[in-house]
Design a protein. Structure first.
Length: 155
């Protein structure tokens, strides 16, 4: 019996927990997995922001077309996109304005928190609706490029 106690007691002495090297290996593996996830997810977030801007622009463009059908003209650049939310003070056909406006919830902001730009008459089409991209500045490349309703993809 004493021999059994010594045998079990010796096993207890050999069990001593996690070593520092084992802990560092586990942390290194977790850091590697985290880095892979971040590398794969961040570009998706950027692509989703660009896609949201494209969808918002199409929605605004559709609202502008409805406005034109009711009011017989697009809002001026001075009236801006706010004309889609409330009737402009200088609108000639105020009685034809759609009750509740043309955009529910107001004019959206682009995914980077900046207002969408509007120009009538447009430089690249009948009307120009666009976002200045992530940097909020005209021009740019990649994520900072302008996103608009124009057809040419090089702008």
């Amino acid at each position: 019996m004493n021999a059994m106690r010594n045998q079990f007691g010796a096993c207890k002495d050999r069990q001593r927990g996690v070593t520092l090297i084992e802990l560092l290996v586990v942390l290194s593996i977790l850091a590697l997995i985290s880095a892979l996830v971040v590398i794969n997810i961040l570009p998706e977030r950027d692509r989703a922001a660009v896609r949201k801007a494209e969808i918002d622009i199409k929605t605004i463009e559709a609202a502008l077309d409805q406005y034109r059908l009711d009011m017989f003209s697009y809002p001026s650049s001075q009236q801006g996109l706010d004309a889609l939310v409330e009737v402009p003070a200088d609108a000639p056909r105020k009685t034809d304005y759609r009750p509740g406006g043309y955009l529910r919830g107001g004019v959206p902001r682009d995914p980077w928190g900046n207002p969408y730009q509007y120009r009538f008459p447009g430089e690249r089409g009948v009307v120009d609706v666009y976002s200045l991209g992530a940097d909020g500045e005209p021009g740019g490349e990649g994520l900072n490029a302008d996103i608009g309703n124009w057809l040419d993809e090089d702008a």
